[in-house]
Design a protein around this ligand. Sequence first.
Ligand code: HEC
Length: 251
Amino acid sequence: MKKVFALIAAFIPAIAMAAGGHVHLDEHRTDLHDTASLQRGAKIFANYCMGCHSMEHARYNRVAKDLGIPQEMMMDNLVFADKKFGDLMTIAMEKEDAKRWFGNPPPDLTLVARVRRPDWLYTYLRSFYEDPMRPWGVNNVVFKDVGMPNVLGHLQGTQKMGTAEVKVGIDPLTGQDITEVEDNVLYLAEEGELSAEEFDKLVYDLVNYMVYMAEPIALERQTLGWWVLLFLAIFFVPVYMLNKEYWKDVK
Ligand code: HEC
């Protein structure tokens, strides 16, 4: 009985945390067959993220092969510094320096989509908001007191957290938006270089790429699965006939 109580007690903090930390996450409909999206994601990552984040478990040439990017185009657009085509996707930033600058060093992101899940990433990258109390002037809805600056801020615009009019539905008769004034909502205070749809799409591509990175074999595995099923289907015929042959004399 004591053991049972101990077990229950062990779970209580997890339950409390799950309840307290609940934030709505926007859904990311990952599509690893959308090669164009993965290619765009790779480019955005190289341009906006690789200054601070490595993908050190991956190699440029493997990514180029999987995403159908010719070597020359890859070297010109996605591989910077003195890196070679077959190199691991590491970066030059020292962990010690990074810790001093950001509080926490920017983690390697090769596997982040497995740890954080796509919905979380998709929401995180779109949820930075202005907070003058933080060192970089921003905070994040799903990652409180984050140490990362809002690197996509100029594209998205400035978001603020506060009281704003939000859309709660659509009037079925007039087709017009129904709005309500709510507290503690995220709203766009200043437009960025992209529209909201364009920005969402950019982040969509970026997360698609991170999901691919976390499991590059996923695409291959799906194709392999169909071959295995086909093999089993064909294999069934001789096995069935053999089975009949064996039992013929027994009956
Ligand atoms: C100027 C440096 C910098 C740039 C550029 C940058 N980040 Fe970060 N990022 C950080 C730091 C620092 C952290 C650690 C934050 C913390 O732990 O408080 C972080 C954390 C993260 C995390 C959370 C990881 C985890 O699981 O804890 C994700 C995801 C992430 N970054 C994605 C990105 C993406 C995608 C881009 C490109 C659009 C990007 N970052 C660009 C500095 C940067």
